[in-house]
Design a protein around this ligand. Structure first.
Ligand SMILES: C[S@@+](CC[C@H](N)C(=O)[O-])C[C@H]1O[C@@H](n2cnc3c(N)ncnc32)[C@H](O)[C@@H]1O
Length: 219
């Protein structure tokens, strides 16, 4: 029996200590090759202008830019503190000409219809107050034939996997946050029901050991 979701936040990751600690964790994951970059590329997202929802410190999108040619990225991030960190990291990558971070809530995107070639997001879904609104917005701002990929943790991961994840997560101060994120995340069945209520078509939900991956394409 899976325990009910426990909401972690609907305002994103805020505060200097939290964003700096989160940045350290993601930088280490980047250095270990643990980001979802290959997953994004394998899903066919490799050209044009992409949108990253909830980029946090930005490593996934920055690695995606580094591994693709002639691509551009917008990052839509609710936390002003995270926007600052992502901008700092983009400068370190020397990619500031190919990426722009915008502060805002993805539930109401200030982008025109049919604007992006692709959209991806990792680890953010469990913080969205109303995922259906963001699924609908993803559909609206994607160009026809545009692909999307949404990956996140899954609350029903095996207890041993959960312990393993906790033990390899560093710095240690971030471990309680990992557990609250897992407890706020969705099961595949829950997210499938929400997707069915949205206008996002042709979705596939895959269960991984630690998380869920939702992919699809606009008609
Ligand atoms: C757990 S972090 C994941 C960051 C990054 N994508 C990664 O893989 O490390 C979730 C991010 O989503 C942002 N976020 C949460 N809700 C959001 C929303 N409604 N609109 C835009 N960003 C949001 C948070 O502020 C945070 O930076």
């Amino acid at each position: 029996m899976v325990k009910p979701r426990v909401i972690e936040t609907i305002e994103g990751i805020q505060g200097e200590f939290n964003v700096e600690t989160y940045d350290k964790m993601m930088r280490r994951m980047r250095d270990k090759g643990w980001l979802e970059t290959s997953l994004v590329l394998k899903s066919g997202i490799s050209s044009g202008l992409a949108l990253e929802v909830g980029p946090g410190p930005g490593y996934l999108g920055l690695e995606w830019l580094r591994r693709t040619k002639g691509t551009y990225l917008k990052g839509l991030e609710i936390s002003p503190d995270m926007v600052k960190i992502a901008e700092r990291n983009a400068e370190e990558y020397n990619l500031q000409d190919r990426v722009e971070y915008v502060q805002g809530d993805a539930q109401e995107m200030l982008f025109p219809d049919n604007h992006f070639n692709a959209i991806f997001t990792n680890g953010s879904l469990h913080e969205w107050a109303e995922p259906k609104k963001i699924f609908n917005e993803i559909y609206r701002v994607l160009k026809p034939k545009g692909k999307y990929l949404i990956s996140d943790l899954r609350r029903d991961m095996n207890a041993i996997v959960k312990l393993f994840m906790k033990s390899v997560t560093k710095p240690k101060e971030i471990r309680p946050g990992l557990i609250t994120s897992i407890n706020a995340s969705y099961t595949a069945d829950e997210i499938q029901s929400i997707l069915k209520e949205s206008i996002l078509p042709n979705f596939q939900v895959k269960r991984g050991i630690m998380g869920l991956v939702i992919t699809g394409e606009k008609d």
